[in-house]
Design a protein around this ligand. Structure first.
Ligand code: ADP
Ligand code: MG
Length: 254
């Protein structure tokens, strides 16, 4: 299936975020096409995480706009943005460590259904089958009753992705999905994300440090430096970009 189209799913226009004198996001015009795997790269502190947070209004913009499916979402509540179909998987784990995989997924499902914990039925098996289906997507159905804190780091990352999938995203944003795992496992996680994205027609934006993974798994790449978007292009052309050459391939410290 040809997944990449030129139809714009999400777009930022002159998006800015200042922290005092610091321009963490500096007039960013980013376009994400429907169906693509889009990597965001850049040195530490370049503003990658801030940009994602602005898109879901977890951080308030200092200026500019965000559009999703042609509709402005800049100042929408994060909860409403999630319901429109934008989900972010956080760099810092949002799992409940003392709960099982099943219970972690169930909380996400209950959130999506717009209920609160007060209405959580006492029945232990509530939503169990739905949760099993979601865990199956990341190959973890057998670990359903394992406690999150006791999982390997790689499985914790998978569980986080499953929790995010429970929100049925159209646009999935991943902040360093392979952080902290060995390279081989990082590839496995990315392979799984690409498979899920294809099967469920999810557009993926991911922040990644490992350049091999970036070039292997992205349809297009955006490069940020000091808050500004330097270039967005296909991997081969980004590789030829002077800034990228110096920052990543020229031995310069990033
Ligand atoms: P990246 O994810 O690319 O490493 P960040 O988006 O986390 O970069 O940060 C971009 C810049 O904004 C950094 O200089 C960081 O120190 C600064 N920054 C991020 N969040 C805050 C905040 N809440 N208050 C002040 N400065 C911040
Ligand atoms: Mg970051």
């Amino acid at each position: 299936m040809e997944r990449k189209t030129d139809k714009i799913l999400m777009e930022t226009r002159d998006l800015c975020r200042n922290f005092g004198a610091l321009k963490a996001t500096d007039q960013v015009n980013l376009q994400i096409y429907e169906g693509e795997m889009h990597a965001i790269i850049g040195p530490n502190g370049a503003g990658k995480s801030t940009l994602m947070d602005l898109i879901i209004n977890r951080t308030r913009p200092s200026g500019g706009q965000v559009f999703f499916q042609g509709r402005e979402i800049t100042y929408m509540q994060p909860y409403d943005i999630a319901n429109l179909g934008i989900s972010k998987c956080f760099q810092i784990s949002k799992l409940f460590p003392a709960l099982t995989c099943f219970e972690n997924i169930r909380i996400a499902l209950i959130k999506r259904k717009g209920k609160t914990y007060d209405f959580l039925p006492k029945k232990k098996s509530y939503l169990r089958e739905e949760c099993r289906e979601i865990l199956k997507l990341v190959g973890m159905e057998e670990k359903m009753d394992d406690t999150a804190a006791l999982l390997s780091y790689g499985d914790q990352r998978r569980l986080e992705i499953a929790v995010t999938l429970a929100m049925e995203p159209i646009l999935l944003m991943l902040d360093e999905p392979t952080a902290g795992v060995a390279r081989a496992e990082g590839y496995e996680i990315m392979k799984m994300i690409r498979r899920l994205a294809g099967q469920r027609q999810i557009t993926v934006v991911f922040i990644e440090h490992d350049m091999d993974i970036v070039f292997h798994y992205s349809d297009r790449i955006s490069v940020l430096s000091q808050g500004a978007l330097i270039v967005t292009d296909e991997p081969q052309r980004v590789r030829e970009n002077q800034f990228v050459k110096e920052a990543y391939f020229g031995g310069a410290q990033v």
